[in-house]
Structures are given as C-alpha cells and as structure tokens.
Write a protein that binds this ligand. Structure first.
Ligand code: GLU
Ligand code: ZN
Length: 304
C-alpha cells in the first residue's frame, strides 16, 4: 500500500436497528485496525435515518460493545442530526419526483428487455417525463449516461457499472422524506474527511453508484476496502433478524473480550490472524493488519 498523502480518516457506520452481532463486530474491528494501523482518526457514525427501524437502546448498546472490545473512536455523529446537509446536496443534483410503486416498477422492468437478475429492478424511468400529482413522491437522481469503475484496495477487485443500464435512476429521498443511505453516506464521508472506507462486502455492488454521486457533488473518492461478511456454519451470512448471537449477550454472560477478539480475528482465516493466541487485545492486533493486507488479500469479492 502506498503512503497516504492525506492523514487517514476511517469510520465505522452501524445502523442502530438492533444489537450488534459477531459479524458487525468483526467489521468494526477491521475498520478500527485499518485506521489505527495508519495512525488515523476514527469516526463512529450512527446511520439512523430510517427512523422506523431505529431502536433507541441500540446506540448505547453499540457504544458499550465497542468499548468492551477496546475499539475507541475520536468523534461520533448521528445522521439524524445532519438532515440539512443531505437536503443541500440533494438540491445540487438533477433529480425528479417519482410516484411509482414497487409493483409498477417491477412490471415495467419485466416488460422491457432484461428482467432483473435477483437484485432490485433497474428503474425504467417511468416518471422522467412527469408523474402522478396525487401520490406522494420520492426523488430519483437522473443518473448520467456513464460507466463508473471502482477498485478495491484490499482485494484488488475491479467493478464497472453502466449507470443507465446497470443501476438506473435511483432514489435519493423516499416519499416519506427519509434521505436514502447512498446520499447520506456520500455526503458524510466527504464532510467528515473520510479517506478510507472499510465495510462489509455486501456494499461492494453499491460502490459505483456512490462514486458517481461523489463525482456529481464534487467530492473526492476515498479508498475502498470491502471485507467478507461473517457466515454461520451453513455458510449463510449472519443477520440481526435471524437471531445471530448478539455481542451484548456474550458481554453480559461474562465472556472475556480478549477471547471474542481472538475468535473474530481467527474467523477470517487470514494469516497471521488465524494464529493469534486465545486472548488478545485490539491493540495487539494492530501490527498484524499490514501483514495481513500485504500478504493475504481476500481472493475475490465476486457477486456478493
Ligand atoms: N450503515 C451501513 C450498515 O450498517 C454501513 C454503511 C457503510 O459502511 O457504507 O451496513
Ligand atoms: Zn416513477
């Protein structure tokens, strides 16, 4: 990895919608290691715009879980306190109101050429010319006719997407006024001076559209590092809703954080993390991060 020109600023950006599970904790650990290994500033940002899904207790539970693991932060932000910033950015983009329902979009996408492959349908542009004035409208970004390519600093993976045909005009503000994650994340990372985004591989496919937004808003593009999501014994991704063991439960059961950290580090299967002792501190793992990044990149992110 080249010597960074700017001081490194990293972040962990959990959604306070429930208890952190081991998978979230591993991503939090890696983001922290990546920042601290470079002597950077680390930010904790609660992505709490979707107020219907937010659980009030989850903020403190997350803070306590992170502290328990020894993962500290230099600044904390709540997206819910930053709405004017998102509104300002939205106002600088070419957007239009859309009143389509999910069903209408799916039907139109089906009728036009390529049916979607698993993911959400590419919006076929139904409201570009006008919309139903009697229904609440979301705001979609009229995406530029461009192909955006991104690369991952951890895996070396590259990904190009045509904004028009692979992504489509996407929603930046829902019809209930909630700003979309893609907009908020791009505004915040730029506003907070984030240089390095280490996050779960589930967001890799969303990276081109976020980079497109950065370019449209005149923001720099940070370095991206996508890490594999933790899977259970069936190879399925851990998720809050499936009752993945919350970190809180381990903490309250008197489990030792050093043991949990060791398990998280080993679970990656990346040397030298795979051979850490039975109990470690987060600080002890810092020097291992560079070795791991240099010598054992993840093979591929593929279509996560
Ligand atoms: N808030 C997102 C999540 O909980 C992470 C966003 C990001 O890291 O860009 O998965
Ligand atoms: Zn529409």
């Amino acid at each position: 990895m080249t010597v960074p020109a700017r001081p490194v600023v990293g972040r962990f950006a959990p959604s306070p919608t429930g208890a952190m599970h081991l998978g979230n904790a591993r991503t939090a650990l890696l983001a922290w290691l990546h920042t601290r290994a470079q002597g950077g500033r680390h930010i904790l940002r609660f992505e709490d715009l979707d107020t219907g899904r937010v659980r009030g207790w989850a903020y403190d539970a997350t803070r306590r879980d992170l502290e328990w693991l020894g993962l500290d932060w230099d600044a904390e932000y709540l997206q819910s306190e930053r709405l004017p910033l998102y509104a300002e950015a939205l106002g600088r983009l070419d957007t239009y109101p859309c009143t389509c329902t999910r069903r209408e979009i799916a039907a139109a996408a089906q009728a036009s050429a390529g049916a979607p492959h698993g993911e959400e349908a590419v919006y076929p542009g139904l409201c570009r010319a006008g919309r139903d004035p009697n229904r609440p409208a979301s705001r979609r970004w009229r995406v530029p006719d461009e192909t955006v390519c991104v690369s991952d600093e951890l895996t070396g993976a590259n990904l190009c997407q045509s904004l028009r045909s692979d992504v489509g005009d996407f929603v930046l503000q829902r019809n209930d006024g909630v700003f979309a994650y893609h907009l908020a994340v791009v505004v915040d990372d730029a506003e907070m001076g984030v240089t390095d985004i280490l996050r779960g591989a589930d967001l890799w496919m969303a990276t081109p559209r976020q980079v497109a937004l950065q370019e449209a808003l005149g923001y720099p593009t940070p370095r991206y590092l996508h890490v594999p999501l933790m899977t259970d014994f069936r190879g399925e991704r851990l998720a809050k809703r499936d009752g993945a063991p919350p970190l809180m439960a381990l903490r309250e059961a008197g489990e030792l954080p050093g043991k949990v950290l060791a398990e998280l580090a080993r679970s990656l299967g990346w040397p030298p993390f795979d051979a850490v002792p039975d109990a470690v501190t987060a600080t002890e793992l810092i020097p291992l991060w560079h070795q791991s990044v240099h010598f054992h990149p993840v093979k591929s992110l593929s279509q996560t």
